[in-house]
Design a protein around this ligand. Sequence first.
Ligand code: FMN
Length: 191
Amino acid sequence: MNLSVAEAVERRRALRVLSPEPLTDEEVFSMAGAARLAPSCNNNQPWNLIAVRGKERLDALKGCLPRGNSWALSSPLVFAVCSQSSDDCELSDRRDYHLFDCGLAIGELLLCATGMGIIAHPIAGYDPKKAKEVLGIPPSHILITLVICGRPGTDDSMLSEKQLLQQRERPPRRPAEENFFADEWGKPLGL
Ligand SMILES: Cc1cc2nc3c(=O)[nH]c(=O)nc-3n(C[C@H](O)[C@H](O)[C@H](O)COP(=O)(O)O)c2cc1C
């Protein structure tokens, strides 16, 4: 697959039916490499990514998922993303940039995966303390997200009704006039 950026943006979805087929080193390195090139405040690169695909560790990590995220059990690769605030700009008026910069990096990773026909789905639904222990992440760091990865699969038996619907159709976005403005707060952009 060779998608333009616009096509990758359009095609990216938080899909939940994943094949257990392993991903190649080249694919894993491409995704990690995309995150690595992301912009960050003062080029601080606050992100730490752990590519989890060894069976023992992956199974232990999957033990940190709640039932609602059982769809992720078939994944052959999970990126754990962690950082700490002091590794990035901490500026006036609550502008602590580490979460933002990690989000940028993962955004790039998601698009890169999409371009290769791989599903990469970030989640917040996991036991963070337990997962940090499983992966040896120091207590100083926040485990911001797990990015569940895999090729598209066929078995949707783990999905709830709502998840099946979301699999078929992209969940709707807020009306654009609520959060896209022109020239001043509250004046709709007209998107
Ligand atoms: C920070 C974050 C946390 C999320 N947590 C979960 C989760 O725990 N389980 C899940 O199934 N999806 C999770 N999602 C996926 C969102 O539900 C999904 O991106 C959203 O519904 C929009 O759908 P789309 O990405 O297909 O456009 C998460 C997404 C983000 C960015």
